[in-house]
Design a protein around this ligand. Structure first.
Ligand code: RB5
Length: 147
């Protein structure tokens, strides 16, 4: 699978480890920054990965900042994007199955590497179940149209 990844300075080290983990599993990873541990602004990288998903350049996105909150908020401003912030794998799985999230976000200051790996495994291994869940996502899309 082609996966876009982005982070801010708070998650620069964890991002490198997550990239290695994903590549070891055979995924192609495209890195949208940041590219150093120097302080930077997380919305830039949340938007970059979200736009890559929106354009179909990547199938899924992984976003990491200090908490996962700020970078997911930015991604969710991009039309059609559903970025779910979570700190454990059950929510990550359900974010795919029920919410058809294309992007998972988590915090390098909140979860350790093992949990981060379990989150991406759960997220990438699950598929959207459709049905009643699609009707709810349609309501979210309607909200987006009236913004
Ligand atoms: C950066 O200090 C921090 O605010 C950021 O990584 C993130 O946690 C924001 O939501």
């Amino acid at each position: 699978m082609i996966i876009g990844i982005g982070c801010d300075h708070a998650a620069f080290d964890m991002k490198k480890q997550v990239v290695s983990y994903l590549e070891a599993q055979g995924h192609e990873v495209r890195d949208y920054g940041c590219f150093s541990a120097q302080r930077c602004d997380y919305p830039l990288y949340g938007e970059a990965v979200a736009r890559a998903v929106q354009k179909g350049e990547v199938a899924r996105g992984v976003l990491i900042c200090g908490t996962g909150v700020g970078i997911s908020l930015a991604a969710n401003k991009v039309k059609g994007i559903r970025a779910a912030v979570c700190s454990e794998p059950v929510t990550a799985r359900l974010a795919r199955q029920h919410n058809n999230a294309q992007i998972i976000a988590f915090g390098a200051r909140i979860v350790g590497l093992e949990t981060a790996q379990a989150i991406v495994d759960a997220f990438l291994g699950a598929e959207f179940e459709g049905g009643r869940h699609q009707a709810r996502l349609d309501i979210i899309s309607d909200i987006e149209e009236t913004r």
